[in-house]
Design a protein around this ligand. Structure first.
Ligand SMILES: Cc1cc2nc3c(=O)[nH]c(=O)nc-3n(C[C@H](O)[C@H](O)[C@H](O)COP(=O)(O)OP(=O)(O)OC[C@H]3O[C@@H](n4cnc5c(N)ncnc54)[C@H](O)[C@@H]3O)c2cc1C
Length: 384
């Protein structure tokens, strides 16, 4: 195996592959139009089987019945699932704790526990509009915070029960300020869903106006001052997950292209007989190989790191490289497949839309490039 993952992880990969072949593929026949959600019954069956196999629990904390799973094993599972390019793989993992991971007391009982049981859904409110005059801020008022601002790109916000919002708490002389993650219930007076919109890949989002929203200070995750590091910690593991998905999809696209160029073509023979086509196909294989090599090296570094910061730069690099490469691989695959690939509902057409957002979500490529350079130049961190 090029990634030399060892017998245990090989067995895990084989188990995931058998789950795809024996459980997911037969269920796919019950799916409706592309873009439609699977029925509740189909989702229940995916979750049930995933739970039996111990996959559902991999993203959940141990104290809630989860199975401790390191970054390398998660990478193997995520990549294998993505390489199936199945619309059902999104239901395989149980809800994770996200930024609420270390919540205690009321926050844990009212938000974290219901999220992990699948009874409540949160949404992540970090991004602000480009023309914001001032980042979202909060002032203290007794035991409360009063929050004002805008969050312009909240995925799943229309269905969420609550929002985890990054705010800047003002230093009012009585206590120090700083960034904080604050949990705000949907329906709290002053929280206005300004606009609902959809993005290219089909995701649904909202633009939130926050007008003097009063929220107990007990709803701060951790402490005031910890908001940005907590937000970034959460993003780091999501970036590695996205890179693993990009790697798996690049494999799927490369194999799809192989099947298509080796099939009989109307011009006689196969497209793979032509040198120009082979050149492009060779490039796709080379790029996909490079992504997988980088992904597994980074996942091993993350596995060996005692703190997330130790592999943060490599995870950023892998996220950028994997998502940009996947974009090029899908684009080349469409070119080699011809007009058929542009018909709405064709798997490459869907992927072309789906993966475009990955170069912006979880940190735009150029911003991450700058962070990598800053990490080295200013802090001496990062590896080659
Ligand atoms: C599908 C999808 C889902 C999302 N879900 C969420 C969510 O749930 N919650 C949430 O909070 N946000 C979400 N986002 C928003 C996402 O986090 C932001 O789009 C992203 O962080 C970039 O911010 P921006 O769109 O404001 O772009 P800007 O910050 O305005 O940047 C625009 C572009 O300018 C360039 N640029 C910016 N700064 C620099 C710089 N310093 N140097 C060089 N170039 C630069 C980059 O090319 C960048 O892409 C989502 C986005 C997408 C596409």
């Amino acid at each position: 195996m090029p990634e030399s993952i060892g017998a245990e992880l090989e067995a895990l990969r084989a188990k995931v592959q058998a789950f795809i072949d024996d459980d997911l593929r037969p269920l796919e026949t019950a799916l409706g139009e592309d873009g439609e959600e699977a029925s509740e019954e189909t989702r229940r069956r995916v979750r049930e089987r995933s739970r039996e196999l111990g996959l559902f629990q991999m993203t959940q904390p141990e104290e809630f019945g989860g199975v401790r799973t390191g970054p390398l094993a998660l990478t193997v599972v995520r990549e294998t699932l993505a390489a199936a390019n199945s619309r059902l793989t999104r239901y395989v993992f149980g809800p994770g704790p996200g930024a609420l991971g270390s919540a205690t007391g009321e926050l844990r009982a009212r938000y974290l526990e219901p999220v992990l049981r699948g009874e409540k859904q949160g949404a992540w409110a970090f991004t602000e509009p480009g023309d914001a005059q001032r980042p979202t801020w909060a002032t203290r008022d007794g035991d409360d915070l009063v929050v004002t601002g805008r969050k312009s790109y909240v995925s799943g916000g229309a269905e969420a029960d609550f929002y985890t919002v990054l705010v800047n708490v003002e230093d009012d002389g009585s206590a120090p300020g700083g960034t904080a993650l604050v949990v705000i219930d949907r329906g709290t007076p002053g929280l206005v869903m300004q606009r609902e919109f959809r993005s290219l890949e089909g995701g649904g989002h909202i633009d939130l106006r926050i007008e003097g929203v009063r929220v107990p200070q007990a709803n701060v995750v951790g402490k005031i001052g910890e908001g940005m590091p907590r937000a970034l910690g959460n993003i780091t593991s999501m970036r590695l997950g996205l890179a693993a998905q990009a790697s798996g999809l690049a494999m799927w696209v490369t194999e799809f292209t192989e099947r298509s160029i080796t099939a009989p073509h109307r011009g006689g023979g196969k497209l793979a007989d032509r040198e120009g086509v082979r050149l492009h196909y060779g490039e796709m294989r080379m790029q996909t190989y490079a992504v997988r090599s980088m992904l597994y090296r980074t996942a091993r570094l993350a596995e060996a790191s005692s703190k997330e910061e130790e592999s943060m730069n490599e995870i950023m690099a892998t996220k950028v490289f994997a998502t940009e490469t996947l974009g090029r691989v899908v684009d080349t695959a469409i070119q080699l497949a011809g007009g058929q690939a542009l018909i709405i509902g064709h798997p490459l057409e869907r992927l072309y839309r789906e993966v475009r957002s990955w170069r912006i979500a979880e940190g735009p490529s150029d911003v991450l490039r700058l962070n990598i350079a800053r990490g080295r130049v200013e802090f001496g961190s990062g590896r080659l």
